[in-house]
Design a protein around this ligand. Structure first.
Ligand SMILES: [Zn+2]
Length: 283
């Protein structure tokens, strides 16, 4: 499932590829996930120009010049592909199976297209008045964004205080507290900070809190730089998988030796989600 770095990769690339383009047409073969309806969506976007792109947690916003925005959630396997008449038949688009489940197509006036491939078909597109995007249910409830400057030592301490009797592992996944840390990056950040996911929040010292905050930012920034982790289906706008996978230290490395100390990496389940760690490097 795409997490913050993968969604940020998409938003950044959309900014480079489709901003200032005018939408000439829209097709959908899976109208169930086009809101409020395929007709309203199409009527609301054809003729409009994309002005800018933004990320709100894992929601993608493409702002139009008509006071409306296209809001997209990739969910499990959704991803955008940007094609030009020249690149349309590139093997990466035609031979990589993951890129072949096209359910929605935006066509621009310059004949380039933005296509949404989604094997599991859970991803959705919605036409929303720009003024109402912040009030969307999945957006309004989000806590501070993990990559924003507002997520700082003071703010983190306040968040931890709210859940001081809980364990740190599950807390990091609570999107209404901190938005953007998913399953992959919480294991990686805790490893980098040397903190066990099972530690009680109140036992984490201020210096460890600071270490963890920096580790979260470092892991996410590094993943954004490498265009995310491809844990199966994620592809960027050019159809390429992310490159962070080889930088993973603990995630999905159960039974393999820790890269620092050689201890075998273990996997645990906390609130039904897998967490990976090293019992020597993390305390
Ligand atoms: Zn270790």
């Amino acid at each position: 499932m795409p997490e913050l770095p993968e969604v940020q990769t998409v938003v950044t690339q959309l900014g480079q590829k489709v901003v200032d383009k005018k939408i000439a047409d829209f097709w959908s073969g899976w109208p169930k996930k086009v809101l409020p309806s395929r007709k309203v969506f199409r009527d609301g976007i054809v003729g409009a120009t994309i002005v800018s792109t933004h990320r709100h947690g894992k929601h993608i916003e493409m702002l139009l010049d008509n006071d409306y925005s296209i809001v997209v959630h990739l969910k499990m396997t959704g991803h955008f592909l940007y094609k030009t008449p020249k690149t349309r038949n590139n093997p990466i688009f035609t031979e990589d199976k993951v890129n072949g489940y096209i359910h929605h197509i935006f066509t621009f006036t310059d004949k380039t297209t933005l296509e949404f491939s989604d094997m599991r078909k859970f991803g959705w597109l919605a036409l929303v008045p720009t003024a109402k995007v912040q009030a969307l249910s999945g957006v309004a409830s989000l806590g501070v964004d993990a990559l924003s400057p507002q997520f700082n030592t003071k703010n983190f301490a306040t968040i931890l205080e709210k859940r001081k009797h809980k364990k740190i592992g599950p807390l990091l996944l609570e999107q209404e507290l901190i938005a953007g840390i998913g399953n992959i990056y919480r294991s990686e950040a805790l490893y980098l900070a040397g903190i066990l996911p099972t530690r009680r929040v109140e036992d984490i010292t201020p210096s460890e809190q600071k270490k963890l905050l920096l580790a979260i930012k470092k892991v996410l920034r590094e993943a954004v730089k490498l265009q995310g982790t491809t844990d199966g289906d994620f592809r960027d706008l050019l159809g390429q998988p992310g490159k962070f996978k080889r930088a993973l230290k603990v995630y999905r490395r159960t039974g393999e030796p820790c890269k620092k100390c050689g201890t075998i990496i273990v996997r645990d389940k906390m609130m039904q989600r897998s967490v990976f760690y090293c019992t020597t490097c993390q305390h």
